[in-house]
Ligand binder design. Structure first.
Ligand SMILES: NC(=O)c1ccc[n+]([C@@H]2O[C@H](COP(=O)([O-])OP(=O)(O)OC[C@H]3O[C@@H](n4cnc5c(N)ncnc54)[C@H](O)[C@@H]3O)[C@@H](O)[C@H]2O)c1
Length: 247
Protein backbone atom coordinates (compact mmCIF):
# COMPACT_ATOMS: atom_id res chain seq x y z
CA UNK A 1 0.00 0.00 0.00
CA UNK A 2 1.16 3.48 -0.77
CA UNK A 3 0.78 5.54 2.39
CA UNK A 4 1.13 8.89 0.64
CA UNK A 5 -2.47 10.08 0.21
CA UNK A 6 -4.00 7.18 2.17
CA UNK A 7 -6.49 7.72 5.01
CA UNK A 8 -5.70 6.22 8.43
CA UNK A 9 -7.76 5.94 11.61
CA UNK A 10 -5.78 5.49 14.83
CA UNK A 11 -7.38 4.82 18.23
CA UNK A 12 -5.66 5.65 21.51
CA UNK A 13 -4.01 8.46 19.57
CA UNK A 14 -3.93 11.05 22.36
CA UNK A 15 -0.64 9.91 23.87
CA UNK A 16 2.39 7.63 23.85
CA UNK A 17 2.27 4.76 21.30
CA UNK A 18 -0.98 5.75 19.53
CA UNK A 19 0.20 9.33 19.23
CA UNK A 20 3.54 8.28 17.72
CA UNK A 21 1.68 6.07 15.23
CA UNK A 22 -0.64 8.94 14.22
CA UNK A 23 2.34 11.30 13.76
CA UNK A 24 4.36 8.72 11.79
CA UNK A 25 1.43 8.00 9.46
CA UNK A 26 0.93 11.74 8.90
CA UNK A 27 4.69 12.08 8.21
CA UNK A 28 4.37 9.30 5.62
CA UNK A 29 1.71 11.36 3.83
CA UNK A 30 -1.51 9.91 5.31
CA UNK A 31 -4.48 11.96 6.29
CA UNK A 32 -5.12 10.78 9.84
CA UNK A 33 -8.26 10.55 11.97
CA UNK A 34 -7.04 10.43 15.57
CA UNK A 35 -9.53 8.83 17.98
CA UNK A 36 -9.34 8.92 21.78
CA UNK A 37 -11.43 9.35 24.90
CA UNK A 38 -9.12 12.09 26.15
CA UNK A 39 -10.24 15.32 24.45
CA UNK A 40 -7.67 17.60 26.09
CA UNK A 41 -4.66 15.55 24.99
CA UNK A 42 -6.17 15.02 21.53
CA UNK A 43 -6.61 18.70 20.83
CA UNK A 44 -2.93 19.59 20.55
CA UNK A 45 -2.51 16.77 18.00
CA UNK A 46 -4.81 18.39 15.44
CA UNK A 47 -3.13 19.78 12.30
CA UNK A 48 -3.70 20.12 8.55
CA UNK A 49 -3.13 16.40 8.23
CA UNK A 50 -4.56 15.12 11.52
CA UNK A 51 -8.23 15.50 12.48
CA UNK A 52 -9.18 14.60 16.03
CA UNK A 53 -12.30 12.75 17.15
CA UNK A 54 -13.27 12.30 20.78
CA UNK A 55 -14.80 8.85 20.78
CA UNK A 56 -15.20 5.86 23.08
CA UNK A 57 -14.04 3.18 20.66
CA UNK A 58 -15.85 0.48 22.68
CA UNK A 59 -19.19 2.24 22.24
CA UNK A 60 -20.87 1.11 18.99
CA UNK A 61 -23.02 4.26 18.60
CA UNK A 62 -20.19 6.74 19.24
CA UNK A 63 -17.89 4.77 16.95
CA UNK A 64 -20.44 4.53 14.12
CA UNK A 65 -21.03 8.30 14.33
CA UNK A 66 -17.29 9.08 14.33
CA UNK A 67 -16.62 6.74 11.38
CA UNK A 68 -19.50 8.38 9.47
CA UNK A 69 -17.83 11.75 10.14
CA UNK A 70 -14.46 10.39 8.93
CA UNK A 71 -16.08 9.09 5.74
CA UNK A 72 -17.80 12.46 5.18
CA UNK A 73 -14.47 14.27 5.59
CA UNK A 74 -12.06 11.90 3.82
CA UNK A 75 -14.28 9.65 1.66
CA UNK A 76 -12.41 6.42 2.44
CA UNK A 77 -10.42 4.55 5.09
CA UNK A 78 -7.29 2.59 4.07
CA UNK A 79 -5.67 1.88 7.43
CA UNK A 80 -7.08 1.20 10.90
CA UNK A 81 -4.71 0.97 13.86
CA UNK A 82 -6.32 -0.21 17.09
CA UNK A 83 -3.93 1.17 19.71
CA UNK A 84 -6.48 2.12 22.40
CA UNK A 85 -5.86 0.14 25.53
CA UNK A 86 -5.20 0.02 29.23
CA UNK A 87 -2.23 -1.69 30.89
CA UNK A 88 -3.43 -3.28 34.11
CA UNK A 89 -2.50 -5.98 36.58
CA UNK A 90 -4.34 -8.11 39.12
CA UNK A 91 -3.39 -11.48 40.59
CA UNK A 92 -5.63 -14.49 39.98
CA UNK A 93 -5.64 -15.00 43.72
CA UNK A 94 -4.08 -12.69 46.29
CA UNK A 95 -3.32 -14.62 49.44
CA UNK A 96 -2.95 -11.39 51.43
CA UNK A 97 -6.03 -9.76 49.86
CA UNK A 98 -8.81 -9.09 52.35
CA UNK A 99 -11.74 -9.59 52.31
CA UNK A 100 -11.70 -11.18 48.86
CA UNK A 101 -8.44 -12.36 47.35
CA UNK A 102 -9.98 -13.53 44.10
CA UNK A 103 -9.50 -11.75 40.77
CA UNK A 104 -11.29 -8.40 40.58
CA UNK A 105 -14.16 -8.73 38.08
CA UNK A 106 -14.59 -4.98 37.66
CA UNK A 107 -10.98 -4.77 36.49
CA UNK A 108 -11.52 -7.82 34.22
CA UNK A 109 -14.49 -6.18 32.47
CA UNK A 110 -12.73 -2.83 32.08
CA UNK A 111 -9.60 -4.53 30.72
CA UNK A 112 -11.60 -6.46 28.13
CA UNK A 113 -13.60 -3.37 27.16
CA UNK A 114 -10.64 -1.03 26.68
CA UNK A 115 -8.20 -3.51 25.13
CA UNK A 116 -10.45 -5.90 23.17
CA UNK A 117 -13.99 -4.54 22.68
CA UNK A 118 -12.46 -1.35 21.23
CA UNK A 119 -10.73 -3.45 18.53
CA UNK A 120 -13.91 -5.43 17.72
CA UNK A 121 -16.18 -2.37 17.51
CA UNK A 122 -13.71 -0.33 15.44
CA UNK A 123 -12.83 -3.33 13.28
CA UNK A 124 -16.43 -4.07 12.35
CA UNK A 125 -17.26 -0.41 11.61
CA UNK A 126 -14.17 0.14 9.47
CA UNK A 127 -14.39 -3.26 7.70
CA UNK A 128 -17.92 -2.31 6.67
CA UNK A 129 -16.61 0.82 4.94
CA UNK A 130 -13.64 -0.99 3.36
CA UNK A 131 -15.88 -3.77 1.99
CA UNK A 132 -18.55 -1.38 0.67
CA UNK A 133 -15.95 0.84 -1.00
CA UNK A 134 -13.82 -2.08 -2.23
CA UNK A 135 -10.82 -0.62 -0.41
CA UNK A 136 -7.88 -3.01 -0.13
CA UNK A 137 -7.12 -1.77 3.35
CA UNK A 138 -5.34 -3.03 6.43
CA UNK A 139 -6.33 -3.39 10.09
CA UNK A 140 -3.53 -3.47 12.66
CA UNK A 141 -4.21 -4.41 16.29
CA UNK A 142 -1.62 -3.36 18.86
CA UNK A 143 -1.54 -6.34 21.23
CA UNK A 144 1.31 -7.14 23.62
CA UNK A 145 3.94 -9.69 24.47
CA UNK A 146 1.64 -10.32 27.49
CA UNK A 147 -0.62 -12.27 25.10
CA UNK A 148 1.81 -15.18 25.60
CA UNK A 149 0.96 -15.12 29.30
CA UNK A 150 2.23 -12.76 31.96
CA UNK A 151 2.06 -13.53 35.68
CA UNK A 152 -0.29 -11.11 37.44
CA UNK A 153 -1.99 -9.99 34.23
CA UNK A 154 -4.83 -12.47 33.56
CA UNK A 155 -7.21 -9.83 32.21
CA UNK A 156 -4.66 -7.86 30.15
CA UNK A 157 -3.06 -11.03 28.76
CA UNK A 158 -6.45 -12.52 27.80
CA UNK A 159 -7.53 -9.25 26.14
CA UNK A 160 -4.29 -8.98 24.16
CA UNK A 161 -4.42 -12.67 23.14
CA UNK A 162 -7.92 -11.78 21.93
CA UNK A 163 -6.48 -8.95 19.82
CA UNK A 164 -4.13 -11.46 18.16
CA UNK A 165 -7.03 -13.88 17.58
CA UNK A 166 -9.18 -11.14 16.06
CA UNK A 167 -6.39 -10.17 13.66
CA UNK A 168 -5.96 -13.78 12.48
CA UNK A 169 -9.73 -14.28 12.20
CA UNK A 170 -10.16 -11.08 10.20
CA UNK A 171 -7.26 -11.99 7.90
CA UNK A 172 -9.17 -15.17 6.96
CA UNK A 173 -12.58 -13.51 6.85
CA UNK A 174 -11.59 -10.38 4.92
CA UNK A 175 -8.78 -11.72 2.73
CA UNK A 176 -11.24 -12.43 -0.10
CA UNK A 177 -11.93 -8.67 -0.20
CA UNK A 178 -8.22 -7.89 -0.36
CA UNK A 179 -8.31 -6.55 3.20
CA UNK A 180 -5.36 -7.49 5.44
CA UNK A 181 -5.30 -7.82 9.22
CA UNK A 182 -2.44 -8.40 11.62
CA UNK A 183 -1.23 -7.65 15.12
CA UNK A 184 1.90 -6.02 16.49
CA UNK A 185 2.88 -7.28 19.94
CA UNK A 186 5.31 -4.89 21.63
CA UNK A 187 7.38 -5.80 24.66
CA UNK A 188 8.16 -3.11 27.23
CA UNK A 189 8.00 0.33 25.63
CA UNK A 190 9.27 3.52 27.27
CA UNK A 191 5.97 5.30 28.00
CA UNK A 192 4.33 6.96 30.99
CA UNK A 193 1.85 4.04 31.03
CA UNK A 194 4.65 1.48 31.40
CA UNK A 195 6.30 3.47 34.20
CA UNK A 196 2.90 3.95 35.85
CA UNK A 197 2.03 0.24 35.69
CA UNK A 198 4.97 -1.06 37.74
CA UNK A 199 7.75 -0.05 40.08
CA UNK A 200 11.07 1.07 38.55
CA UNK A 201 12.70 -1.94 40.26
CA UNK A 202 10.31 -4.40 38.56
CA UNK A 203 10.83 -2.65 35.23
CA UNK A 204 14.61 -2.91 35.63
CA UNK A 205 14.11 -6.61 36.19
CA UNK A 206 12.20 -6.91 32.91
CA UNK A 207 14.87 -4.92 31.06
CA UNK A 208 17.43 -7.38 32.44
CA UNK A 209 15.41 -10.24 30.90
CA UNK A 210 15.31 -8.50 27.50
CA UNK A 211 18.05 -9.65 25.09
CA UNK A 212 18.80 -6.04 24.06
CA UNK A 213 18.75 -4.86 27.74
CA UNK A 214 16.65 -1.78 26.98
CA UNK A 215 13.07 -0.61 26.56
CA UNK A 216 11.62 -0.02 23.10
CA UNK A 217 10.35 3.38 21.99
CA UNK A 218 6.91 4.43 20.71
CA UNK A 219 8.64 5.51 17.47
CA UNK A 220 9.92 1.95 16.94
CA UNK A 221 6.35 0.66 17.28
CA UNK A 222 5.21 3.34 14.82
CA UNK A 223 7.87 2.32 12.27
CA UNK A 224 6.62 -1.28 12.52
CA UNK A 225 3.09 -0.04 11.78
CA UNK A 226 4.37 1.74 8.64
CA UNK A 227 6.17 -1.42 7.50
CA UNK A 228 3.08 -3.57 8.12
CA UNK A 229 0.76 -1.14 6.35
CA UNK A 230 3.02 -0.83 3.31
CA UNK A 231 3.71 -4.55 2.79
CA UNK A 232 0.78 -5.87 0.76
CA UNK A 233 1.58 -9.55 1.34
CA UNK A 234 1.62 -9.35 5.14
CA UNK A 235 -1.55 -10.62 6.82
CA UNK A 236 -2.79 -12.94 9.56
CA UNK A 237 0.36 -12.71 11.62
CA UNK A 238 1.64 -11.30 14.89
CA UNK A 239 4.82 -9.21 14.67
CA UNK A 240 6.60 -9.42 18.01
CA UNK A 241 8.60 -6.27 18.70
CA UNK A 242 10.09 -7.02 22.07
CA UNK A 243 13.88 -6.62 21.95
CA UNK A 244 14.22 -10.37 22.46
CA UNK A 245 12.20 -10.53 25.69
CA UNK A 246 10.51 -13.82 24.88
CA UNK A 247 13.77 -15.70 24.13
N1 LIG B 1 3.51 0.81 26.78
C1 LIG B 1 3.88 -0.43 26.57
O1 LIG B 1 4.94 -0.88 27.01
C2 LIG B 1 3.01 -1.35 25.77
C3 LIG B 1 3.52 -2.65 25.50
C4 LIG B 1 2.73 -3.51 24.75
C5 LIG B 1 1.50 -3.10 24.28
N2 LIG B 1 1.02 -1.86 24.58
C6 LIG B 1 -0.28 -1.49 24.05
O2 LIG B 1 -0.12 -0.41 23.15
C7 LIG B 1 -1.26 0.45 23.22
C8 LIG B 1 -0.83 1.85 23.58
O3 LIG B 1 -0.08 1.79 24.79
P1 LIG B 1 0.37 3.12 25.53
O4 LIG B 1 1.47 2.73 26.42
O5 LIG B 1 0.54 4.21 24.56
O6 LIG B 1 -0.96 3.35 26.42
P2 LIG B 1 -1.56 4.72 27.02
O7 LIG B 1 -2.35 4.30 28.21
O8 LIG B 1 -0.52 5.74 27.18
O9 LIG B 1 -2.55 5.20 25.87
C9 LIG B 1 -3.73 4.51 25.61
C10 LIG B 1 -4.73 5.49 25.05
O10 LIG B 1 -5.93 4.76 24.73
C11 LIG B 1 -7.02 5.59 25.06
N3 LIG B 1 -8.21 4.77 25.25
C12 LIG B 1 -8.43 3.84 26.21
N4 LIG B 1 -9.66 3.34 26.09
C13 LIG B 1 -10.24 3.95 25.03
C14 LIG B 1 -11.51 3.87 24.42
N5 LIG B 1 -12.46 3.06 24.91
N6 LIG B 1 -11.75 4.65 23.35
C15 LIG B 1 -10.81 5.50 22.87
N7 LIG B 1 -9.60 5.63 23.42
C16 LIG B 1 -9.32 4.87 24.49
C17 LIG B 1 -6.59 6.30 26.33
O11 LIG B 1 -7.35 7.47 26.57
C18 LIG B 1 -5.12 6.60 26.04
O12 LIG B 1 -4.95 7.85 25.46
C19 LIG B 1 -2.19 -0.16 24.27
O13 LIG B 1 -3.14 -0.98 23.62
C20 LIG B 1 -1.25 -1.00 25.11
O14 LIG B 1 -1.94 -2.07 25.74
C21 LIG B 1 1.76 -0.98 25.30
Amino acid sequence: MKLDGAVAVVTGAAQNIGRSIALALADAGCRVAAFDLNKELLNDLGSDQISVFQCDAADPDQTAAAITAVMAQFGRIDVLVNAAGWICSAPLYNLLGRPAGRHDLVLWEKALRLNLTTALVMGSCVAEQMIRQRTRGVIINISSVAARGNAGQSAYAAAKAGCNALAMTWAKELGAFGIRALAIAPGFIDTSSTHGAMSEERLKDWVGKTALRRLGTPEQVARTVLFAAENDYLTGTVIELDGGLKL
